[in-house]
Design a protein around this ligand. Structure first.
Ligand code: ADP
Ligand code: MG
Length: 393
């Protein structure tokens, strides 16, 4: 990795501000899913063991730049303490006198969790004054929040430019795994893209096209490609303003002689209402007032065939309206068709990760990315601002 990590710097006795992604679901005052906390443990433990004063900072939800009692990080501190097996202190602000006092009271090896950084309006504006206040709390900055590395915020870029800044282990792993997809993917490299809209993913498709041996497109975004080929799609989700882009991508794929697989059959329904009538139809036979909500079994077979011999797979975007059975069938079947190790399988995107969890195949996947937007930005070939600001090795 071209960036320095916590291994490359002296941390003993230092006040180390670690940007983590503790944006976890809360339920009845408790952390409902602690996987993001677990993912941050290696960096936190490493720093504690080397007697750093560990100061954690995160956002949670979208509090709109003002305190919101429902989005306080107190339940996170409790759960993190249980996972770490040592107490985690918590302070009700993330900058200013209260935070400074809490940091001053911190002994080497102790952990303090600051309050939700998005309670401050300056966070998302990368306000220099907030960045300065955060810098006043620390001697060293560590970014371990890949999920927000594509945003230039005060806690990801502002403070990092005022202090020596390095990557944590989680960020390092993300950059390594995703970096290999771009640099030297073992072939055949198969990319599966789904989700609602092609507009989110055009850049990724363009950047990956020259690197893959097959591109499998499903979900809502496939509709736009099918419409571009002239198929009628009834009331399906189609981005009419992106038809030209879809046509260009299709012709580029032809020029490159790329294996681009689009659905050959679809599961269409009268509406998205639960219980509405539905049936599998060949592409081109979606009834005029119906909508395509999943890929059909013939398409699943084509996708599974392409995946069978793959040595590298990246998947982003569910292949149907998977939140509502039976329209999860295509997504779940493709999840189960992912090739086992030693193939490298990488999955990114909040909904895609939920889908592979539900399919029960999460433990067979090489890497589940903690960043949806960040992973897509990275694979588009963009430099992530939160990474760019870290020290070069
Ligand atoms: P991720 O969160 O993994 O990045 P996206 O947010 O891009 O994925 O896409 C997920 C959304 O796309 C889901 O809400 C899913 O219901 C929707 N979707 C996928 N296929 C269809 C479809 N055919 N019609 C309507 N919505 C779809
Ligand atoms: Mg999503």
């Amino acid at each position: 990795m071209p960036k320095k990590t916590v291994r490359d710097v002296e941390v003993n006795g230092k006040r180390v501000l670690v940007r983590v992604d503790f944006n976890v679901p809360l339920k009845e005052g408790k952390v409902a899913d602690d996987s993001r906390l677990k993912a941050a443990l290696p960096t936190i433990r490493y720093l504690c063991d080397r007697r750093a004063r560990v100061i954690l900072i995160s956002h949670l939800g979208r509090p709109k730049g003002a305190p919101d009692d429902r989005l306080r990080l107190n339940p996170v501190a409790v759960r993190l303490g249980e996972l770490l097996g040592r107490p985690v202190r918590k302070v009700d602000d993330c900058a200013g006198p209260a935070a400074e006092e809490a940091v001053a009271a911190l002994a080497p090896g102790e952990v303090l969790l600051l309050e939700n950084i998005r309670f401050h309006p300056g966070e998302s504006k990368n306000d220099p004054e907030l960045a300065r206040q955060l810098a006043a709390l620390c001697d060293l900055y560590v970014n371990d929040a890949f999920g927000t590395a594509h945003r230039a915020h005060a806690s990801t870029v502002g403070v990092a430019s005022l202090r020596p800044a390095v990557a944590g282990f989680l960020l390092e792993r993300e950059l390594d795994v995703l970096g290999r997809l771009l640099a030297q993917p073992e072939q055949p490299f198969v990319v599966v893209v789904g989700g609602a809209k092609i507009s989110d993913k055009i850049g990724v498709l363009e950047n990956l096209m020259g690197r893959v041996s097959a591109l499998l497109i499903g979900g809502g975004m496939a509709n736009t490609f099918l419409a571009a080929q002239g198929y009628g799609l009834g009331r399906s989700l189609v981005e009419t303003e992106k038809l030209e882009v879809a046509r260009q991508l299709l012709s580029e794929a032809t020029t490159r002689n790329l294996r681009l697989v689009l659905p050959v059959d679809l599961v269409a329904a009268e509406s998205q209402e639960p219980g509405a009538p539905y049936r599998t139809v060949p592409v081109g036979a979606v009834p005029e007032d119906w909508m395509a909500l999943d890929i059909g079994p013939e398409t699943v077979r084509l996708f599974a065939d392409a995946l069978a011999g793959a040595k590298t797979v990246f998947w982003n975007g569910p292949l149907g309206f998977f939140e509502q059975p039976p329209f999860d069938a295509g997504t779940l079947a493709v999840a189960r068709a992912l090739p086992p190790a030693p193939a490298t399988t990488v999955v990114g995107g909040g909904d895609t990760v939920r889908a592979v969890m539900r399919a029960g195949v999460a433990d067979r996947i090489t890497h589940i990315s903690t960043g949806g937007g960040a992973a897509l930005n990275f694979l588009e070939g963009k430099e992530l601002p939160g990474v760019a600001v870290l020290l070069e090795r």
